[in-house]
Design a protein around this ligand. Structure first.
Ligand SMILES: [Cu+2]
Length: 469
C-alpha cells in the first residue's frame, strides 16, 4: 500500500482541499507523507482501504489524518507547528497545532493495530506528544524528561505502540504543556473495536469533538497563555458558534458523539429533544446494566465521554455546554450587574463627557446582540448566530443537532433550517388577559421594597440547646 494511493483517495474525497506538506523529497522515502489541512469545513469521513473495516468518525470543522501501511504498521506523520485558525467568520487566532490546524487531525485506528507516529517539531520550542488514555510501553508515553528527552526544534521523533483497547482518546504535548495546550495543541484519537464487541454498537454517525478554551483579548489574535481560569473563548474543535458546524443526521440514525475535554474546567454537555446513554468513558465501554438515560452529561477536565442515541425527532435541536458563560464569546467578566438599575439621566451626564457611552445590561444582556456597537478588528461577537426566528443569542460551545427525514445516508452537509409543520411553533396569545390573582405575600415581592413595619416587632430568639443523650 503506497502512501500516494492513501493520499490520493483522501484528496479526491475532499475535493483537493488537503495538500502535501513541507517535507523534502528525500525524506519522503522514509517518512510518511505529511498531509496538511487548512480548510475549516467538516471533512467527510476517511473510509479505510486497508486492514479491518470500520465505520469512520467525522470531526466537525476538522479532519482525519491519512496513514500509510508499511510492513503491517499504520504510519502517521504529525507536524507540530504554528497555525492560524479561523475560530468563526471574521475572527482568526494565532494558535499552535498540528498539520495546519488546531486541533490537530483525528487519528483513527483499529484495536490491535501497530501504530507508528512520526512527530516533526516545527515550533519555536521543544515539545513531545502524550497519547492520553492509551495502554503503551512507558517509553512511548511522551512525558518530557520522564519518558523521553524533549523533541528539539526541527527534529523528528518516532512513537510506536499497539492500540490495545477500543475507545476515545486524545493526544497533547507533555512538555511546556501549560503554554502549548493554551495555544491549541491537541487532537482526538479513536480506536475502533476489532470485530464485534457486544458493548460497542454499530452506529450510522459517529462525531468526534475535542473541547478547548482560549483567552484572547478582543482585538488580539494570540491567546494569553498564563490564564488559569478566566478563559473567554470556549470552543469545540477550536471553533466558536456560529462558526461551529451543525451535527446533521437522518431521522432514525443511531448517533454516537465523542467529547474530550482539554480545558481547565468541566463541561456539562446538553442535548435538546432526545435522551442519550453514556456508552463509553475513559476506561472503555460502559456495562449495559450501568447505563442510564440522560439529557446532560458532564465531561470533566481530562476526560473523554461517548454518548449514544437514536435521532428520532425531526427538527433543529440546540446542543451545547450548559455553563451559560461557555455559550458566549470574548467578553469582559468584571462588569457589575445593572439589571433593575435606572440609568436615565446618568447616561446623559456621562454622554456629555464620553460621547459614545452606552448603558449595558439594564434589561438583561439580550440587547447586546442587536446593538452592533463598534468592536475592534478581529473580534468575535459576544453572542450571535442568527436562526430562522432571529438571533440565537449564543456563542462558544453551542451548535445544533439537525434531524431530517430526507438527509441522505452518510451525508453530513447542512440541510438548512427546519420547516415546522403548521401549528407546531409556539405562538402569541392575543386574547383577553386577566390580572393574575396573587397571594397577599407576593404583592410586596420582586422589585418592590418590603413595606416598613408599622409597629415595633417583638422577636423571640430561640437559642440552640445542647442535645442530651
Ligand atoms: Cu462548558
Amino acid at each position: 500500500m503506497s502512501s500516494r494511493r492513501d493520499f490520493m483517495k483522501y484528496a479526491s474525497m475532499t475535493g483537493g482541499a488537503v495538500a502535501a506538506g513541507s517535507v523534502s523529497r528525500n525524506l519522503m522515502a522514509a517518512l510518511p507523507e505529511a498531509v496538511i489541512q487548512t480548510e475549516v469545513s467538516t471533512m467527510p469521513p476517511l473510509f479505510p482501504d486497508s486492514g479491518p473495516d470500520y465505520n469512520p468518525v467525522v470531526t466537525p470543522n476538522g479532519w482525519t489524518l491519512p496513514f500509510r501501511m508499511r510492513n503491517n504498521v499504520k504510519e502517521f506523520h504529525l507536524i507540530a507547528e504554528p497555525v492560524v485558525r479561523e475560530m468563526t467568520s471574521g475572527f482568526n487566532a494565532n494558535l499552535w497545532g498540528y498539520n495546519g490546524q488546531s486541533p490537530g487531525p483525528t487519528i483513527e485506528v483499529v484495536e490491535g493495530d501497530r501504530v507508528r507516529i512520526y512527530v516533526t517539531n516545527n515550533l519555536p520550542e521543544h515539545t513531545s506528544v502524550h497519547w492520553h488514555g492509551q495502554r503503551l510501553p512507558n517509553g512511548m508515553d511522551g512525558v518530557t524528561g520522564l519518558n523521553q528527552p524533549a523533541i528539539p526544534v526541527g527534529k523528528t521523533f518516532v512513537y510506536e505502540f499497539v492500540a490495545k483497547r477500543p475507545g476515545t482518546f486524545m493526544y497533547h504535548p507533555h512538555g511546556d504543556e501549560m503554554v502549548q495546550m493554551a495555544m491549541g495543541m491537541m487532537g482526538s484519537w479513536v480506536t475502533h473495536p476489532k470485530g464485534k464487541n457486544n458493548l460497542i454498537s454499530d452506529v450510522d454517525r459517529d462525531f468526534c469533538v475535542i473541547m478547548n478554551a482560549y483567552d484572547i483579548v478582543p482585538g488580539a489574535a494570540t491567546p494569553k497563555i498564563m490564564t488559569m481560569l478566566d478563559f473567554n473563548l470556549w470552543s469545540w474543535n477550536s471553533r466558536i458558534f456560529p462558526g461551529i458546524d451543525s451535527f446533521n443526521v437522518r431521522q432514525g440514525d443511531k448517533v454516537r458523539m465523542r467529547f474530550g475535554n482539554l480545558t481547565m474546567t468541566n463541561h456539562p454537555i446538553h442535548l435538546h429533544g432526545h435522551e442519550f446513554v453514556v456508552s463509553g468513558t475513559d476506561g472503555g465501554p460502559v456495562q449495559t446494566s450501568a447505563r442510564q438515560w440522560e439529557v446532560t452529561t458532564d465531561v470533566a477536565v481530562g476526560q473523554m465521554r461517548q454518548f449514544e442515541f437514536v435521532a428520532d425527532e425531526l427538527g433543529d435541536w440546540a446542543f451545547h455546554c450548559h455553563k451559560s458563560h461557555h455559550t458566549m464569546n470574548a467578553m469582559g467578566h468584571d462588569v457589575p450587574t445593572m439589571i433593575g438599575v435606572d440609568h436615565s439621566g446618568m447616561a446623559q451626564q456621562i454622554g456629555s463627557v464620553i460621547p459614545d457611552y452606552m448603558v449595558m445590561g439594564e434589561r438583561g444582556m439580550a440587547d447586546m446582540t442587536e446593538m452592533e456597537m463598534p468592536i475592534p478588528d478581529n473580534t468575535a461577537n459576544m453572542m450571535t448566530g442568527d436562526g430562522p426566528f432571529g438571533s440565537v443569542e449564543m456563542g462558544g460551545m453551542f451548535s445544533m443537532l439537525k434531524v431530517r427525514a430526507d438527509q441522505p445516508r452518510g451525508d453530513y452537509t447542512d440541510p438548512g433550517w427546519y420547516e415546522h409543520p403548521p401549528g407546531t411553533v409556539a405562538w402569541e396569545y392575543t386574547g383577553e388577559l386577566d390580572q393574575p390573582e396573587r397571594f397577599k405575600s407576593e404583592v410586596s415581592s420582586s422589585n418592590m421594597a418590603p413595606a416598613p413595619p408599622t409597629e415595633s416587632v417583638e422577636i423571640d430568639v430561640r437559642k440552640p440547646r445542647r442535645r442530651l443523650g
